[in-house]
Write a protein that binds this ligand. Structure first.
Ligand code: SAH
Length: 376
């Protein structure tokens, strides 16, 4: 397996097709508006309509004159990804299979909880990492999502939840979509530029306005980009650790062969903005008889010593043909107890949406690389 397999970029837009405003930041909007002879302040107006109010019809943009509305509608669209399937779990979790328009699909999951609602967002179609316990890793095709498709997932969820501010109701205090985790399909740090652009749009106060404190980016350990993630985005960092010895981590999280545990933990120690009130989350999937002994737990607290951290224990979520089993509840509790006694909060993540295959690591689509045209 090559360590840096080819990752496909999102397809270039058709030159004649209308351009999607979703995914554009203020500067992009200012450029296209300037080409139409419009002043810079129009970009601010457009940005607010698109991301602050969620409108998709130019006729609703009441501070923009009718003739300009019509000219905008000729050139642009404000389009969410298509929905291929929409599945609701008995526990309130909701999964959308999104149709990206080029034959590819990704999944996006909304998880309501009593004090928050979290959207689990995908960053790639498939994933190059091949973590042994993850269903997405068994999917062959990989392509990066563009900012349009990343921001589009959040806008689609906000549409569905009916949470756009309106003229009458400018602020929504209790949100069903209050938090975002970049924990869906793909490795966000292997698509950093697009993820960063999308998250900057999402965090902007004039728009979707979800604060960096409510956004968590999860990585399997792309060490060279961890610092940039903290500096440029300032979001919370989650690290998929899953093993405390290189020998085992090499096997179950193969990116470890490139960036071993010591280097990964060093990057965590230096994560910009790290303090007790802003901890790193270490994710640890509980695999029966693989990584779940008391000795593993003791080694875990030894190697993360000094890092402001919490340890999320994730009971393994099985998928058809998976080579692992979930650790027993007693084993998970015993492991958690050791971690807690060392002073680290160690919540056990309740599997959500298992009945619709929406739980961690179960996301997978049937996307396949399009066959090359016969003429090629
Ligand atoms: N590539 C990123 C984000 C996607 S995975 C990363 O690796 O962090 C999101 C989380 O789900 C990771 O911690 C991942 O290891 C975990 N996960 C993957 N498959 C799982 C499974 N079958 N059961 C439980 N957790 C799983």
């Amino acid at each position: 397996m090559p360590m840096n397999p080819e990752i496909f970029a999102p397809p270039a837009a058709d030159a004649d097709a209308p351009i999607n405003l979703i995914g554009m930041d203020r500067d992009d909007m200012a450029v296209v508006l300037a080409e139409m002879g419009e002043p810079r302040f129009r970009a601010e107006q457009l940005f607010k309509w698109v991301y602050g109010r969620g409108v998709s019809d130019f006729a609703q943009m009441t501070n923009i004159a009718r003739p300009l509305q019509a000219r905008l509608a000729e050139k642009f669209v404000i389009a969410r990804p298509g929905i291929a399937r929409d599945l609701a779990s008995a526990d309130g979790t909701h999964k959308w299979l999104l149709n990206l328009g080029d034959g590819n699909e990704v999944e996006c999951v909304h998880i309501p909880e009593s004090d928050r609602g979290t959207l689990c967002v995908s960053s790639q179609v498939g994933c190059t990492l091949n973590c042994r316990f993850c269903h997405t890793g068994t999917q062959r095709l990989v392509r990066n999502l563009g900012p349009t498709e990343i921001v589009g997932q959040i806008m689609l969820a906000r549409d569905h939840l009916g949470e756009w501010p309106t003229a009458e109701r400018r602020t929504i205090y209790e949100r069903e979509l209050s938090n975002i985790v970049m924990m869906g399909m793909g490795e966000p740090l292997y698509n950093f530029e697009n993820v960063a652009k999308a998250l900057k749009i999402v965090m902007d106060d004039a728009g979707i306005a979800i604060s960096r404190r409510r956004i968590t980016l999860s990585t399997a350990g792309v060490v060279p980009l961890i610092e940039r993630c903290g500096k440029e985005l300032g979001v919370n960092l989650a690290v998929s650790l899953h093993a405390v010895r290189d020998e085992l981590r090499d096997e179950i999280v193969p990116i470890n062969r490139k960036y071993p545990i010591a280097e990964l933990l060093e990057a965590c120690r230096n994560y910009p903005g790290l303090k007790n009130s802003r901890r790193i989350t270490f994710e640890y999937v509980m695999l029966r008889d693989v990584n779940d002994t008391d000795a593993d737990a003791r080694e875990l607290v030894r190697i993360i010593a000094g890092i402001p951290a919490k340890v999320n224990l994730i009971p393994f979520n099985p998928w058809p043909g998976a080579p692992y089993d979930r650790s027993s509840d007693e084993r998970i509790e015993a492991f958690a107890e050791i971690v807690r006694n060392a002073g680290y909060p160690s919540p056990v993540r309740t599997p959500r949406g298992e009945d619709i295959m929406a739980a961690c690591g179960q996301l997978k689509s049937d996307s396949e690389r399009p066959r090359r045209a016969a003429a090629e």
